[in-house]
Design a protein around this ligand. Sequence first.
Ligand SMILES: N[C@@H](Cc1ccccc1)C(=O)O
Length: 503
Amino acid sequence: MELSYQEKLTLIKLKDLKKAKFEDLVKETGLDQVAVMRAVLWLQSKGLAKLHERQKRIVRITELGKKYAEIGLPERRALKLLVERGKVSLDDLREVLSDDELKPIIGILRREGWASVRKEDGKLILEVTEKGKEALSKERPIDKALKLLAEKGEVEAKELEQLVPIKELKSRKIGEEDTKAEREVEITEEGIKLVEKGLELKKEVSVLTPELIKSGEWRNVEFKRFNIQAPVRRVYPGKKQPYRVFLDKIRRKLIEMGFIEMTAESLIETQFWNFDALFQPQNHPARDWTDTYQLKYPKYGSLPDEELVEKVKASHEHGWTTGSRGWGYKWDPRMAMLLMPRAHATALSARQLGKGVQIPGKYFAIQRVFRPDVLDRTHLIEFNQVDGFVVDESLTFKHLLGILKRFAVEIAGAKKVKFLPDYYPFTEPSVQMSAYHPELGWVEFGGAGIFREEMTKPLGIDVPVIAWGIGIDRLAMFKLGIDDIRYLFSYDLKWLREAKLVW
Ligand SMILES: N[C@@H](Cc1ccccc1)C(=O)O
């Protein structure tokens, strides 16, 4: 049987005592109360000891009682004066008694037979009796009771009752009655047997210190075992916001797949990069393929170098050298300079292509984007997109579908993928992809396509670029088990603390 140091010590002491008051056991073991109680309870649960508890009546000494114990009960003080002087007047007694004590004193002295009382010149005179003289050196039961109370502070009522009725102690305000639980610990047969078999009493430690190792003392100690099943208080250490964790994991996955991350310093973009560089005509309803916000102040940003702007302009107006006829309108640089909160992460792909890319190369961005909408459980005006593209000489539409499928499986954990024809001004062909989730059913996953030459050529890219954009929030909702998209950004502490960190 596994016993702790404290349990062993308690049991060994108990073996000698057989049955002991809890307080005595505490004294014997030299441990503190809590430790002994814990040990006793464990011993009890192991059938080695028994804890008996009973309510007992006790009498506790009062402040007045303490005072009397020191200076003597009023009648004793009066008796002393009486014996010294033979007879005294009531007034004389004031020397040794207070007003309160004076009042009942004649009654008490008479009852005890210590004094006789008569009137002399209208004054009460007390004269000591023989019994009174003898009484000076004798202890009455009440004196004994007071002494006992003064010594112990509290005494079991049963013990005092053998001397005086408790009523009397109470009426004289020497003691007050109370009840108290008395605990007794008893060793069982099994406990005795165990001690007789011999218990090795090794000191128990819970921390292995450098000192223990250096001194070699670790050999002589017992290491405390931890109960890892014991319930403990929950702690909530600082941790990343659950949605952040989810996005970080997607980032990690893409990096593992060989993608290079594109980042932006600002959430604000020029229309040039959000629209124009993506071959979206300024005067065409296609520009409204999504509603966007505009910045009031500052209203305008700056355009990239002129050469690039000229090419984009040419592409829009007449197709430049791409063989396309373009959109056939007059391109306005002022409009391209308007500032807006970025409306899609594809703007970062355009920027990256303009800066130059590795060929073959793979790029991605995780970007907060903004579009006007009515807020509800499934719509936010800001959300996150994961966009990316792959550049290589020999890429075809089939590659695009293959890569998208892999994403759906790797990132979304989808089982089936479905492609539908779609339209974006910057891709041709364009597809919309849905992924099948066991619980969610078919979920629209994102758009994709091959960037149009009218877009890539002005940016200086002459090879095929396949691109995609994925709305990540709905996926996160599903993964995090929430049905209100606003929770992704919630500061509800309970949710933040308890949300599982998922991938
Ligand atoms: N930017 C598009 C998605 C997309 C990205 C890249 C290519 C094609 C489509 C959207 O926000 O819906």
